[in-house]
Design a binder for this molecule. Structure first.
Ligand code: MN
Length: 131
């Protein structure tokens, strides 16, 4: 069944990203398509925001200060209410095996930086069936 744009669900998205420019760009792109964005600048605050707000999806930068993204993903998976929440790693390609590490830490998928502004929101929505 085809859904028109106006039928699409507005997602509540928890963004965890320490880089201000990336945070601004991703928030802009997502809000522009009608999604709600909760932005955190580090892992600890992101975990607490996600615990309180129970987002539909979590976008997680992997290179974060203090607490690495993989550890953040593992901590998010320990929260009962977030067991089924899609966690999507957003990070620059650094080392072979990064995708596998992200998946092993509890992420559902991986979007590489630099993100493509033309396709980014579609890629994110794909992790939320029915949206
Ligand atoms: Mn970062």
């Amino acid at each position: 069944m085809n859904q028109s744009v106006s039928d699409k669900r507005s997602l509540k998205i928890q963004l965890i990203e320490d880089n201000e420019q990336n945070r601004y760009l991703l928030t802009f792109l997502l809000q522009n398509k009608g999604h709600q964005v909760l932005a955190a600048i580090d892992g600890l605050s992101g975990i607490e925001m996600a615990r309180s707000n129970e987002p539909d999806l979590i976008l997680l930068d992997i290179q974060l200060p203090a607490m690495h993204g993989y550890d953040v993903a593992a901590a998010l998976r320990q929260i009962d209410s977030l067991q089924q929440t899609p966690i999507v790693a957003v990070t620059s390609y650094a080392m072979p095996g990064d995708r596998e590490k992200a998946l092993a830490a509890g992420c559902d998928g991986y979007i590489e930086k630099p993100i493509d502004p033309e396709t980014f929101v579609d890629e994110v929505e794909r992790f939320c069936p029915g949206s």
